[in-house]
Design a protein around this ligand. Structure first.
Ligand SMILES: NC(=O)c1ccc[n+]([C@@H]2O[C@H](COP(=O)([O-])OP(=O)(O)OC[C@H]3O[C@@H](n4cnc5c(N)ncnc54)[C@H](O)[C@@H]3O)[C@@H](O)[C@H]2O)c1
Length: 339
């Protein structure tokens, strides 16, 4: 059993990952600043899942606070670190760039420095499918060039990969970046389409479907992401020397996505059906009254589509939950949570 530090532990992915790790008997040190980017009641509800575990230690701290990060590392000496704390969201980064630099760049730098001074077996960190920008070639492969981000959010995630590469090379820190593709599920993020559309339907407001519905997203269910993260966590890149006798960077990057992109209009159709099935909306709800097709937004991309062959090859794993099954679980949770 290991001591695992999870940043962003009150977040969507961080909380489900922490819960699974605790179930497996690990000690989890969680850090989260519980910021107000979205409804903090959801973050508190996620943290409530840990009440029954005495191997969970929580710090309400900002990873941009170097002293706090160092103190936590020195006290707990984590063997594995999973950095999920970040300012997420593509559109928000257009209006609020500062917080992306603070959390995603300075915060991540503090984590790297802490791993340098308190050696870890493996640093795993969240990157994003957004690093592929407006790349035309699909599916997106980790061998593709990703030098053309179309949002500051994407630029910070690509920067994380570069910073991790440099620390892997200089200090021989095994690190793996994970490019997640549109993660969804129960207790998810209210800023994401499946959740915000649901809120709007309930309020009787119109939803906007970007690029007139001609967008595709590779929706990935939360349990599949957690499974992928845990498999990767347990397989750090090997430390080996190159021809010059110096260590090669123990560095890797993987896509974790469903590898089955769905058209946004089909996605909205399935969401509607599942919201009715779960009793969130009445059977005769007239969705056509509440749909507006609008043009593309700045920072958005037309398609995301993960090539997961490297994950399958190295970890023997491929996410597989269908969108219908995942949205069914989301709709049921929504009904229970909001009544
Ligand atoms: N959910 C997705 O579809 C998706 C896709 C690609 C990448 N990612 C990345 O995965 C990670 C987790 O995403 P999520 O969906 O769980 O998001 P989330 O917003 O639910 O979780 C992030 C958590 O980090 C915390 N946080 C933010 N800045 C912090 C800081 N400076 N110090 C301490 N805590 C801080 C937030 O309070 C939040 O609870 C993020 O790095 C995100 O960029 C998510």
């Amino acid at each position: 059993m290991k001591t695992i530090l999870v940043t962003g532990a009150a977040g969507f992915i961080g909380s489900f990952l922490s819960k699974r790790l605790l179930e497996q008997g690990h000690k989890v040190i969680g850090i989260d600043n519980i910021n107000g980017y979205y409804d903090v009641r959801i973050k508190e509800a996620r943290l409530d899942m840990f009440n029954e575990y005495d191997k969970f230690v929580f710090y309400k701290k900002n990873i941009a606070d170097k002293t706090a990060v160092n103190e936590i590392f020195e006290k707990h000496k984590p063997e594995i670190v999973v950095n999920l704390a970040a300012q997420a969201g593509v559109r928000y980064s257009i209006e609020n760039p500062d917080v992306y630099i603070e959390s995603n760049i300075i915060g991540f730098f503090n984590i790297l420095e802490a791993c340098r001074h308190n050696p870890v077996e493996h640093l795993v960190y969240a990157s994003s499918s957004s690093v592929y920008g407006a790349n035309k070639k699909v599916p997106f492969s980790t061998d593709d060039k990703v030098d053309n981000p179309v949002s500051l959010y994407a630029a910070t995630k690509k920067s994380n990969e570069l910073m991790a590469h440099c620390y892997s090379k200089l200090y021989n820190i095994p690190s793996t970046g994970l490019r997640f593709f549109t993660v969804y599920g129960p207790m998810g993020r209210p800023d994401m389409a499946y959740f915000s559309f649901t809120n709007k339907f309930i309020e009787g407001n119109t939803i906007q479907i970007f690029n007139n519905g001609n967008c595709k997203r590779d929706f990935t269910y939360i349990d599949d992401i957690v499974e992928g993260v845990i498999r990767v966590m347990n397989h750090p890149p090997k430390k080996v020397n190159g021809e010059d006798g110096l260590p090669l960077p123990p560095y890797a990057v993987y896509n974790i996505g469903n590898s089955n992109p769905e058209n946004l209009l089909d996605f909205v159709d399935i969401l509607q059906q599942e919201l009715i099935r779960a009793g969130v909306l009445p059977a005769d709800y007239n969705f056509d009254l509440y749909k507006e097709l609008v043009p593309m937004q700045p920072g958005d991309v037309i398609v995301t589509y993960a090539d997961t062959s490297a994950l399958e090859r190295d970890m023997g794993y491929k996410p597989g939950t269908s969108l219908r099954e995942g949205l069914h679980k989301f709709a049921q949770w929504y009904k229970d949570f909001y009544g």
